[in-house]
Structure formats: structure tokens, C-alpha cells
Design a protein around this ligand. Structure first.
Ligand SMILES: Cc1ncc(COP(=O)(O)O)c(C=O)c1O
Length: 425
């Protein structure tokens, strides 16, 4: 379960060279920062907004292009952090397919791919009712447990290549809440269990074509991926001989500044030693730096000695802020600036707070506040608590235009609460 790495004001992320997160912008109404290269004519933007910059997505994809070329691995995009269909369609030609975690994600991915690229699925929650359609949609299914494989393996193996998700029992994430290898993990067959099965009941693995390992979160250290594979190979070498593919999952930030070399070496090793087809399925690495939440200040007042600025967005539009208790990046924030505000979300939840931020220009009702590095695990987790609408979705196009993609309606909100709601708007 990925989360943004550190607090605000981190180093510039890949693809973000056009964005100066500390210099004040010059556009009326947004004295505290606006991404360079964004359209000047943004004053009509409907906030709260989720904006993704297609130019940054394209730049992030160049890192995986490099990885494919250098190592021969296949790159999938994991839909978990962001699944807006236009963005998926734009990414698809640069990818070998999509990785999904449910029937709905698989349907969506299939509609975008239209057979061009492979469709992969893994989930701890395989629902018996979904198995038939998953089989018809997916090319590769990694079972989360041996019992799941026993229950559904036969039905799925008729149509898809079946693998097992393995928990390498080698932790790197320092917070258990997003460590797939945490004690008593529900994610994947524990390595020790698999070693034992291989020795004592190898028939239980008959029909298994592949291995999936996803064991990290937001790591830039690809030597950790290499160490994981080396550890697994030492314990499970026999299994590597029997399968045809390995999926190394996501959990790594494939940015320019970090060396992709350990990953390239690992892919090369698996391909040359075992003849395996190797997949990776990054998520956040391909979208986080491309996304923004744009909000408008609704109110500013003093409370207990702090200036509180209430925004028209909420932590429920970026739920990981609340879940993991981090302070998101905000454009224009500067530790040395004069004007400090407690940025607050607009719901009744007392803890709907983003944190303390400092700006060079004072905020007032109508000012814009822009959260950058918000492109991953934002929209898919956003919800409508208090009836606060979801952010309107915009894309900055290749030519720098701000294109309205989707405005959520009252009718969509009301439909969740009953067929008979009279909808007049
Ligand atoms: C199996 C699997 N693959 C890929 C991903 C994507 O991870 P990330 O967005 O950290 O790259 C996840 C995230 O939870 C995952 O569980």
C-alpha cells in the first residue's frame, strides 16, 4: 500500500523540472504558486480539481522505456494509483499491458487495451462469482495463496497463465501499514511455506507458470529488488526452473536520479539463467509527479493563535494524508515565508487537516492552493463524505491546454443513495 515518501518540500520529482515548488507564481488569485508551463487561462477552473499533466506522464514513461530497452523486461502499469481512461489510453502504447486487482479494474483495463498488451490480475480477495469473467479477461492471474489456487486454479488455468504471489519475508518498508511482508501478512504465500510445499507436496504447484513478488513501497533503491530476487532464488531455485515468468511487482520509484542498473541486472539474470519472461508493474512511479489537487480558499480565521485557511477540498480527496498522517506537498510553501496557515479541509471531521504551511503572500477567500505530487492513490481513494463532491478532473494536454475531462454531478452522488431520489439538477 504505497504512500508518498516524505513530507512536503522534498526533492524535485522526475518530470517536474517545469515546476518550481517554492517560487511564488505571478498569476492573479494565486500569488503562492502555480506550475510553470500551465495554461494562463486557468481562472475558470472548477475547484476542487484533480489535474494531471500528460506531458509529465509521458516523461515518466521514458524511464520505463529505458528499462525495457536496456533489460528486455515487460512493463505494465498498475491501475491502483490512477485509472482515468484517457490517461490509460495515452500510456498504453508505451506499455506491455496493465496490472489490476479486481474484476472492475480488469474490465476497465481490457476496454482500454482492446487486446493490445497483456492483462494481469492479483488480489487477496478472489470472489468465486468473478472467476469466470476474470478468466475471460485476464492473460495472467497470480493467486495470493495456495488455497486460492486450489479453489480457482482449474477454472482460471483454462484461459490464463497462472502464477503464485510470493511473500519473500524480507521487509524493507519501515511502516508495517504498507509493508507487504509484515508479520502475519495476508499478501502472498510466505516463502518458507512455499519452500516446504516444493519439498513435500510439489503436486500442489502443478500448473503454476509464474511467480509474482511485490514487497516494497516507494523505494528508490533498486538494489532491494535485486536482493529480494537473490534471496528467493537461493531458497526457491527449483521453482525458478519450473516456471516461465516472474513479475517483480511495483513499489519502486523509477526516477532518473536513481540507478536502474540493479533492476536491469536482475532482469538480465532471470532471463539468461532461467529463460524467464520478466514483468514489472509500477504504479506511483508513473503518475505521482504528474498530478495536482487544485483548491480554493473558502475562509480564513484565527483559532487558538493560528490562522486557519479552510479549503474547498478535504483530506478525503487525498485519503492517504489521513491514513498515513503525512503532510502533502504544496506549491509555494517556504519554511522561511512570513504567512503561516493551518490548511484545513472543508468537512466536519476535526482532523480533516493538511498541516501548517508558510507562504510569501497572505491567503484570503478565493486564493488558490495547489497540492503537487498528488497523482497517485488520490482519485481512486477519494470519497464523498459530507456530500463534498469529488474533484473535477482536468488534463494539461501536450500543447499545454487545460482540458476539462470529467465533472461529477449531483445525480451521480444521489444514485448511490437510492434509485428513487428525485433528481432535478
Ligand atoms: C501487486 C502490486 N503490484 C503493483 C503495485 C503498485 O505499487 P506502486 O504504486 O507502489 O508502484 C501494488 C501496490 O500496492 C501491488 O500491490
Amino acid at each position: 500500500m504505497p504512500v508518498p515518501t516524505e513530507s512536503r518540500l522534498d526533492d524535485t520529482l522526475p518530470g517536474e523540472d517545469a515546476v518550481d515548488s517554492t517560487s511564488p507564481g505571478s498569476i492573479d488569485g494565486s500569488p503562492n504558486g502555480w506550475p510553470d508551463g500551465w495554461p494562463d487561462d486557468w481562472s475558470d477552473i472548477d475547484t476542487p480539481a484533480f489535474v494531471y499533466d500528460t506531458r509529465v506522464v509521458r516523461q515518466l514513461l521514458t524511464y520505463t522505456d529505458g528499462l525495457r530497452q536496456a533489460s528486455g523486461c515487460r512493463v505494465l502499469f498498475s491501475l491502483k494509483p490512477f485509472a482515468y481512461v484517457d490517461a490509460l489510453a495515452m500510456m498504453a502504447p508505451h506499455l506491455d499491458g496493465f496490472a489490476t486487482s479486481s474484476l472492475f479494474e480488469a474490465r476497465l483495463a481490457s476496454q482500454v487495451l482492446r487486446g493490445h498488451g497483456s492483462l494481469h490480475l492479483t488480489t487477496p480477495g478472489m470472489r468465486p462469482d468473478d472467476v469466470g469473467e476474470i478468466a475471460s479477461l485476464c492473460d495472467f492471474v497470480s493467486f495470493n495463496s495456495l488455497s486460492q489456487y486450489r479453489m480457482h486454479g482449474e477454472a482460471l488455468s483454462r484461459a490464463a497463465s497462472c502464477g503464485l504471489r510470493v511473500n519473500p519475508q524480507m521487509s524493507f518498508a519501515d511502516d508495517e501499514r504498507y509493508d507487504p511482508c509484515r508479520p502475519n501478512s495476508k499478501l502472498g504465500v510466505p516463502l518458507e511455506r512455499l519452500v516446504d510445499t516444493l519439498k513435500r507436496e510439489p503436486h500442489r504447484l502443478s500448473g503454476i507458470d509464474g511467480i509474482l513478488v511485490h514487497s516494497n513501497c516507494d523505494s528508490s533503491d533498486l538494489a532491494q529488488a535485486q536482493a529480494t530476487v537473490q534471496y528467493m532464488e537461493a531458497k526457491l531455485g527449483d521453482l525458478f526452473d519450473r516456471v516461465q515468468w516472474v513479475n517483480l511487482g511495483g513499489g519502486y520509484l523509477l526516477d532518473e536520479s536513481e540507478s536502474l542498473q540493479p533492476l536491469c541486472e536482475t532482469v538480465h539474470f532471470l532471463r539468461s539463467t532461467y529463460g524467464l519472461e520478466v514483468f514489472v508493474e509500477p504504479g506511483a512511479a508513473l503518475t505521482r509527479a504528474a498530478g495536482y489537487i487544485v483548491s480554493t480558499v473558502l475562509d480564513v480565521f484565527e483559532s487558538g493563535g493560528k490562522e486557519v485557511a479552510v479549503l474547498d477540498t478535504t483530506v478525503n480527496h487525498m485519503p492517504e494524508v489521513f491514513e498515513y498522517g503525512f503532510e502533502p506537498d504544496v506549491l509555494g510553501h517556504d519554511d522561511d515565508a512570513d504567512h503561516e496557515y493551518l490548511l484545513a479541509g472543508c468537512t466536519c471531521l476535526a482532523g480533516d487537516l493538511f498541516g501548517l504551511y508558510r507562504f510569501h503572500e497572505p491567503l484570503e477567500a478565493g486564493s488558490k492552493v495547489v497540492f503537487n505530487n498528488a497523482g497517485a492513490y488520490t482519485l481512486p481513494k477519494a470519497h464523498l463524505f459530507n456530500g463534498v463532491n469529488l474533484p473535477t478532473i482536468y488534463a494539461v494536454s501536450e500543447s499545454g491546454d487545460l482540458d476539462l475531462k470529467k465533472r461529477f454531478t449531483y445525480a451521480e452522488y444521489a444514485a448511490r443513495w437510492g434509485e428513487n431520489v428525485a433528481v432535478s439538477v
